[in-house]
Design a protein around this ligand. Structure first.
Ligand code: HEC
Ligand code: HEC
Length: 103
């Protein structure tokens, strides 16, 4: 009986470890995961209360806005409040990371 208890306890403890390694459905993940930054950012940091170079290019998106290929992705609605960058999203690098080029 005790052995059985320990066994189920072990299963409980290790289950999350096993399941955490299953990749999420990419479309599901995309709703929550910040996309990687596909360009160098050295010239744009640090982000300070006075200056945020990221939003020079990444302006708040508007419904129906057309974006030419290769131009900066507009900020999604989740990043915008009252037409401005939502203060919770101001510090871009809390969530977004730069993809470093392969050597
Ligand atoms: C000089 C203009 C410019 C600045 C400044 C800039 N970006 Fe970008 N960014 C771009 C362009 C252009 C793209 C799209 C590149 C592409 O489509 O290949 C992009 C793409 C991105 C993406 C990917 C979006 C997606 O849909 O996958 C993220 C995230 C991003 N930038 C974050 C940042 C952050 C954070 C900063 C500040 C540290 C920053 N960018 C500063 C021009 C800029
Ligand atoms: C709290 C975390 C967080 C912060 C801070 C944040 N982002 Fe994001 N960002 C996300 C997530 C999550 C997504 C994908 C889901 C979504 O669109 O909301 C995203 C999506 C994006 C996209 C892609 C939009 C698209 O249509 O594909 C761009 C561009 C972007 N962020 C730029 C920025 C910039 C620039 C800043 C700073 C001004 C910033 N983000 C701050 C979490 C964050």
């Amino acid at each position: 009986m005790k052995k059985l208890f320990m066994l189920s306890l072990a299963a409980l403890v290790f289950a999350p470890v096993v399941y955490a390694q299953q990749p999420a459905q990419s479309s599901e993940l995309a709703k929550f995961a910040p996309p990687m930054i596909p360009h160098p950012i050295a010239a744009y940091i640090p982000i300070t209360p006075e200056k945020n170079a990221c939003v020079m290019c990444h302006i708040p998106g508007e419904p129906g806005m057309k974006v030419a290929k290769g131009s900066p992705t507009p900020l999604p609605p989740s990043h915008v409040s009252d037409g401005k960058v939502n203060p919770n999203r101001y510090e871009c690098l809390l969530c977004h990371a730069e993809v470093l080029p392969q050597k």
